[in-house]
Design a protein around this ligand. Structure first.
Ligand SMILES: Cc1cc2nc3c(=O)[nH]c(=O)nc-3n(C[C@H](O)[C@H](O)[C@H](O)COP(=O)(O)O)c2cc1C
Length: 218
């Protein structure tokens, strides 16, 4: 069983979070920010990201904004008084994170962890992550990025984000897609993406509604 199938299989044992059909008017879509973690030259990330965006195109419960870390130039040295250049880069991303209702992180695995570019983005923000759900689409060699995801769960807990249980993962990802970026056998991955997005939607809606009654931490 590949890891994509495993994600689907474990998802099937979890309680359903799909929105019930109430017949009432659908709520406005949640604002989902898709964070593309790899900024590596020659990266595989666009194939995975495009595939996941195709899954989001099927949904009406999310609007999507992409934060691609290859397009943001942030030094790893942190400062309380960032230079104008760093402020300018942060201005591209911080308001987007602030406005998000939910996140999906598309991450590879590097040396059993996630890329430094992603840690840098996380560490440069705090309230922007708070009381919001985070889902994961991971890829890599034999582990399918799952070790990176498990580490990210610890990191996101520290900034008061809520990680959703089910994820989508692709092991030996480069063999799963054809030269046009199409998944060769997509059923398992599509089912896993649906479970992930249903859980993200449930948490995103629940937390957004809760914050209208009581601001987080108040
Ligand atoms: C520095 C580095 C370390 C890696 N370490 C792992 C690893 O620990 N486990 C794994 O499954 N794949 C590992 N890989 C393979 C990557 O997950 C794979 O090349 C993936 O495509 C990288 O994503 P990207 O191409 O979008 O940057 C590593 C790749 C690099 C460049």
């Amino acid at each position: 069983m590949d890891i994509t199938s495993a994600a689907t299989a474990t998802a099937s044992a979890a309680p359903s979070t799909a929105a019930p059909s109430t017949g009432s008017q659908a709520p406005s879509p949640l604002s989902l920010v898709l964070v593309v973690a790899s900024d590596r030259e020659g990266r595989f990330a666009p194939v995975i990201t495009d595939w996941f965006r195709s899954r989001l195109d099927e949904r009406e419960d999310f609007t999507v904004t992409v934060v691609d870390l290859a397009e943001i130039d942030l030094p790893t040295s942190l400062s309380h008084n960032p230079s104008p250049a760093v402020r300018s880069e942060l201005a591209k991303v911080t308001p987007v994170l602030e406005a998000a209702d939910a996140f999906v992180v598309v991450t590879p695995e590097y040396n059993h962890s996630f890329p430094a570019s992603l840690k840098n983005l996380i560490d440069r923000h705090y309230t922007e992550w708070q009381a919001k759900p985070v889902g994961f689409v991971s890829y890599g060699g034999i582990s399918g990025g799952l070790r990176a995801v498990e580490q990210l769960r610890q990191v996101f807990a520290e900034v008061h984000a809520v990680t959703v249980r089910d994820s989508v993962s692709f092991h030996s990802a480069w063999g799963l897609f054809d030269e046009d970026g199409r998944h060769k056998d997509p059923a398992g991955a599509e089912a896993a993406a649906k479970v992930l997005l249903d859980q993200l939607g449930w948490w995103g809606r629940a937390l957004k509604d809760a914050k209208t009654i009581r601001p987080y931490g108040a």
